[in-house]
Design a protein around this ligand. Structure first.
Ligand code: PEP
Ligand code: MG
Length: 579
C-alpha cells in the first residue's frame, strides 16, 4: 500500500488515527420525479452540462498536479476517472433513460450507477471489482454538480476511529457530528473560519480542510493520521510513523488532563486584571462541555443552529425551552443569545426570504437584515428569549449591525415583543441587556451610535476580518489572504476596544481569535477583558491569561499597532508569547 501525505489547513487541533470513511453522495436521497415530454431536451442538456463541468474539474485537477510533488499514481487515478466519465455507459446511457422513462437527470444517473455497480460486483478479479468505487466517485461528482449540495452523513463504521473524508460539508452536516462521534474529518474545500470548521472545533474533533483532492486520493478503510494542528494527513502510514504519532497523541492527552485542574480557578493575570472567559455554543447540548471547562458565562449562543437539520421552523415554545435550558443550566451566569444569523452559508429550507440564491450571500439578506425583513419570525424569537430571561441572566445580542437605523429597528422590535408579553402577563426580565455584534468595519468606524444605544458589544472577528479584507471566509481559494494579523484588522480591534472601554461599555471578542492562544496576549494588550470561545479552548486560554502581565503585553502591543509589515507583526506576536 502506498504511503503518502496530503497537506491542507488544520482548523481544529488534535491528532486522530483511524480508518477513512468516504462520504458517498450516491447514497444521498436523490429527487425522483417524472418530466413532461417538453422538458426532456432540457433535462438532457442539464445532464450533459454536469458531465462537461466534471470534465473541466478533472482537467483542472490534472493541471494542478503537473509539476507538483505528488506520486505518479495520482495522475493514473485521474486518468481512470476521466475514462469512466467519458465512457458511454456513464455519459450517454442516462440520457437514454431520461428519454425512455421521462425521469429527472439525477434519478436517471443513479439508476445507471446502480446497474454499473451491480455489474462490477459480479466480477471475480478483486482489482477490477475495486474499480466500482471509482465509478461511484465519478458518478457522485456528476450528481453533485446536478444537485449542488451534500446530504446527510452516514453513521461512523467504528466509533472514535472513523475519519470522515468528504469533498465538502455544510454546517448542517457537521452539526450531525453531535450524534455520531467521528475521530476526525477532512474536506477538500473550506476555510479556517467557515462555520463548518467552527463546529468541528466546538466538538473538539481534529479537522483538516482545503486538502483539494483528499476525497479522490483516499480510499475507504485506508489507515489515516490526521494532524489538525499542522494540517498534515498521512495516508497508510508505516509502523515508525504510526508509533511517533501515537506518542504525540498520548502527550496531547496528558496536557489536556493537566489543564483540567484549572477549571475552577478564576482567570486573572499576574498583575491582577480579572478576565471573563465565556463559551460559544450552538445547541443546549453544548452546556455540558461548557461547564466541564469552567466557563463563567455563554458569550455567544448561535441560536440559528436550532433551525438546521429539522423540518419546519422551531415554534416559540420550542425555542423558549432551548433558551430556558441554557439559562437555568448556567445558574445565574450571563447567557448571551444571539438572534438568528441565518443567510450566507446557513440556509434553511422553507424560509421564503432565503429561498432564492443571492448573487453574493455574505453581502445579502443575512443576520439582522433577514430578521428585520421577516418581523414575524424575529418577534417569535424575541418573545422566546424574553420568556427565558425570567429563568436566568439572559442577554440579547444582535448580529451584523451596520447602522444606527438597524439598531433602532431592532430595539423597537424588542419593545414590541416586551409589550406583547406584558399584555399577556408573561414574566420576563424587563432590564434585559441588549448588545450588538461588531462585525462590519462600518460598525467600528461609526461606533458612537453603538456605544450610545446598546448595553454591550461583542466583536465577531470572523466576519470583521472577512468584510475588512474582502476575503470570503468559506472560500479556500482565498484562505491564504484571510489574516487576523493584518494591520487593518488590528487597528480596527484597537479602535473598537478603546472606544468601548472609554465609554464604559463592556466589549468582548467572540470570533475565533478569542480562542487562539497565540493571540491571547495581543487581545489583553489591546485592553480586552471579555473573551468568548469554543469551550474546548477555554482552559488553554485561561492558562495563558494566568501567566500574562497586561502591562508587559501593552508595551509590545503598542508597537504592533504601529507596525505595518506582516513579518514584523508576526515577530512581535512571537515576542509577546515569549515574554
Ligand atoms: C464572527 O463573525 O466572528 C462570529 C462570532 O459570528 P459567526 O462566526 O457565527 O458569523
Ligand atoms: Mg459573524
Amino acid at each position: 500500500m502506498v504511503s503518502f501525505a496530503l497537506n491542507g489547513v488544520g482548523v481544529s487541533a488534535g491528532i486522530a488515527i483511524g480508518r477513512a470513511q468516504l462520504i458517498s453522495h450516491a447514497t444521498l436521497e436523490v429527487a425522483h420525479y417524472t418530466i413532461p415530454m417538453s422538458k426532456v431536451e432540457g433535462e438532457i442538456a442539464r445532464f450533459s452540462n454536469a458531465v462537461k463541468e466534471v470534465q473541466s474539474e478533472l482537467e483542472a485537477l490534472h493541471h494542478a498536479m503537473t509539476g507538483a510533488d505528488v506520486p505518479g499514481e495520482f495522475g493514473a487515478f485521474l486518468d481512470v476517472h476521466w475514462m469512466i466519465l467519458n465512457d458511454p455507459t456513464l455519459s450517454e446511457a442516462p440520457k437514454k433513460i431520461i428519454v425512455e422513462q421521462r425521469c429527472n437527470a439525477e434519478w436517471a444517473l443513479t439508476m445507471q450507477l446502480q446497474v454499473l455497480v451491480d455489474q462490477f460486483e459480479q466480477i471475480e478479479d478483486p482489482y477490477l471489482r475495486e474499480r466500482k468505487s471509482d465509478i461511484v466517485q465519478v458518478g457522485e461528482r456528476v450528481l453533485k454538480r446536478l444537485m449542488g449540495k451534500p446530504g446527510a452523513l452516514p453513521a461512523p463504521v467504528a466509533e472514535e476511529q472513523t475519519i470522515l473524508v468528504a469533498h465538502d460539508l455544510s454546517p448542517a452536516d457537521v452539526i450531525q457530528f453531535k450524534q455520531h462521534r467521528y475521530g476526525a474529518f477532512l474536506t477538500d474545500v473550506g476555510g479556517v473560519t467557515s462555520h463548518t470548521a467552527i463546529v468541528a472545533r466546538s466538538l473538539n474533533v481534529p479537522a483538516v480542510v482545503a486538502t483539494h483532492n483528499a476525497r479522490q486520493l483516499i480510499r475507504d478503510s485506508e489507515m489515516l493520521i490526521v494532524d489538525g494542528e499542522s494540517g498534515v494527513v498521512i495516508v497508510n502510514p508505516d509502523r515508525a510513523v504510526l508509533a511517533e504519532y501515537r506518542l504525540k497523541q498520548s502527550e496531547l492527552d496528558l496536557e489536556r488532563q493537566k489543564l483540567k485542574r484549572l477549571r475552577l480557578k478564576p482567570a486573572e493575570t499576574i498583575d491582577g486584571h480579572h478576565v471573563e472567559l465565556h463559551a460559544n455554543i450552538e445547541l443546549p447540548e453544548d452546556l455540558e462541555q461548557t461547564l466541564e471547562n469552567g466557563a463563567t458565562g455563554i458569550g455567544l449562543f448561535r441560536s440559528e443552529f436550532l433551525f438546521l437539520n429539522r423540518e419546519g421552523l422551531p415554534t416559540e415554545d420550542e425555542q423558549f425551552e432551548a433558551y430556558r435550558t441554557v439559562a437555568e443550566g448556567m445558574s445565574g451566569h450571563p447567557v448571551t443569545i444571539r438572534t438568528f444569523d441565518l443567510g450566507a452559508d446557513k440556509n434553511v429550507e422553507g424560509l421564503d426570504g432565503l429561498a432564492r440564491v443571492a448573487p453574493n450571500p455574505a453581502l445579502g439578506l443575512r443576520a439582522v437584515r433577514f430578521c428585520l425583513a421577516e418581523p414575524r419570525l424575529f418577534l417569535t424569537q424575541l418573545r422566546a428569549i424574553l420568556r427565558a430571561s425570567h429563568y436566568g441572566r439572559v442577554r440579547i445580542l444582535v448580529p451584523m449591525l451596520a447602522s444606527s437605523g438597524e439598531i433602532d429597528q431592532s430595539l423597537q422590535m424588542i419593545e414590541m415583543a416586551k409589550e406583547s408579553l406584558r399584555e399577556q402577563g408573561v414574566p420576563f426580565d424587563s432590564q434585559i441587556e441588549v448588545g450588538g455584534m461588531i462585525e462590519i468595519p462600518a460598525a467600528v468606524i461609526a461606533m458612537d451610535a453603538f456605544v450610545a444605544k446598546l448595553d454591550f458589544l461583542s466583536i465577531g472577528t470572523n466576519d470583521l476580518i472577512q468584510y475588512t479584507l474582502a476575503v470570503d471566509r468559506s472560500d479556500e481559494s482565498v484562505a491564504h489572504l484571510y489574516d487576523p494579523l493584518h494591520p487593518a484588522v488590528i487597528r480596527l480591534l484597537a479602535m473598537a476596544i478603546t472606544m468601548a472601554n472609554k465609554a464604559g461599555r463592556s466589549i468582548a471578542v467572540c470570533g475565533e481569535m478569542a480562542g487562539e492562544v497565540r493571540l491571547t496576549r495581543l487581545l489583553l494588550g489591546l485592553g480586552l477583558v471579555n473573551f468568548s470561545m469554543h469551550p474546548a479552548h477555554l482552559l488553554e486560554v485561561k492558562q495563558r491569561v494566568l501567566t500574562s502581565e497586561v502591562a508587559v503585553a501593552k508595551a509590545i502591543v503598542d508597537r504592533i499597532r504601529r507596525a505595518d509589515n506582516p513579518d514584523k507583526i508576526a515577530a512581535l506576536v512571537d515576542k509577546l508569547n515569549a515574554a
